[in-house]
Design a binder for this molecule. Sequence first.
Ligand code: UD1
Length: 420
Amino acid sequence: MDKIVIDGLCPLKGKVKVSGAKNSSLPLIAACLISPSKFILKNIPRVIDVHTMIKLLVALGSKIEWLSEDTLSIDSTNVKKWRAPYQMVSKMRASVCVLGPLLTRFKKAEVSYPGGCIIGTRPIDLHLKGLMRLGADIQLKDGYVVANAKELNGASIYLAGNFGSTVLGTANIMMASVFAKGDTTIEGAACEPEVVDLGNLLIKMGAKIQGLGSPTITVTGVKELHGAEHTIISDRIEAGTYLISGIISRGEVEVEDIDPKLLTVFIDKLIECGVEVTYTGRGIKVKAGKDLKSLEITTLPYPGFPTDLQAQMTAFLTTVPGISFIHEKIYPDRFMHVAELLRMGAKIMREGPTTMIQGGELKGAPVMASDLRASAALVLAGLAAKGRTEVNRVYHIDRGYPKIDEKLASLGAKIKRVKE
Ligand code: UD1
């Protein structure tokens, strides 16, 4: 597997363009299974997870081709299969979001039950509860979720769990209910912009949906949907990661093609920390101020602080004087990056879902990427560390960040990818 080698303490400067959102692309590609039609999706990032989702749709019978660097043509006219096999789902948990579309289209679906992953057990009980409320019979057979429905009927469904709303659960139930008879009301729905993006594609396809972006979404069943063209929103997590690259290296970085409203709480925290933030019209520019202050952050469902920026923010706070606290309220075990940051000289103590971070200096070291966002955090730490950092197993980072080494190099980072 490739590794990324970084020589740190080089302030980054310049502009970087944000790609399309990976977390939008996956459910939106899956949504193209619902109708035997043709779709054009623009602003799709070329990352491993997107390629995995494309392979899954092709295995089910869709015809897919890249029309340009970031535009996909998807023809789902001849989809005849409704089984998502273990070999594919085990590569990427988000494959579970084909469950709703397949059930909607065929009134049956078989999807390998996704296993746990490095950031926790990650159950899908809420997805299944929602489908059952719509009238589906759900069985677990040989490691597969087997869903069958004579017909799907609108229902009132409370979809939040112990850790708040569910993003892909809301996506699955929205997609499963587009043809359900009557109204489906999802209470405790995820408000994430990626869910809104999916809803907007479904509306373009002919679905009737109200309340997107709020905790109450109502879907009124229609008889059929048709093809559509849609541009995916920008990746707020990628944008946040590059903004942190600017401040952790004590440089000045502008991210382009991002709506600042997608990052309100993140920007709010940067300002509280003493970072100079400027809205440039096309995006956001940051410059680390002289007196940075420690922070207390709690991750929460949108519009709260995103768990997907927790690891990167931890890396930054290891360089900020004073004592910071991070409370992880969505994935209480999402701290794989901590042990690796300790190898770089970070001072972090963990007590359950909370970390206490004492700001100081980082030193380069060989470290191991464990999951997507943890890997990004290690690359960011490498930018701020004295000496050389080698981030091994960067496969994880390639799942969600298009060309991260090239984008950081364009900002002046001393970074290279070493093929192994
Ligand atoms: C999505 C994102 C992921 C992000 C996460 C939380 C995609 C492809 N992935 O994942 O990057 O970190 O949202 O913002 O969009 N839960 C249950 N039962 C369920 C479903 C979830 O208890 O049936 C729990 C989870 O374990 C977690 C919390 O709910 O504690 C939120 O998870 P969820 O929003 O479902 O995450 P994903 O949609 O899988």
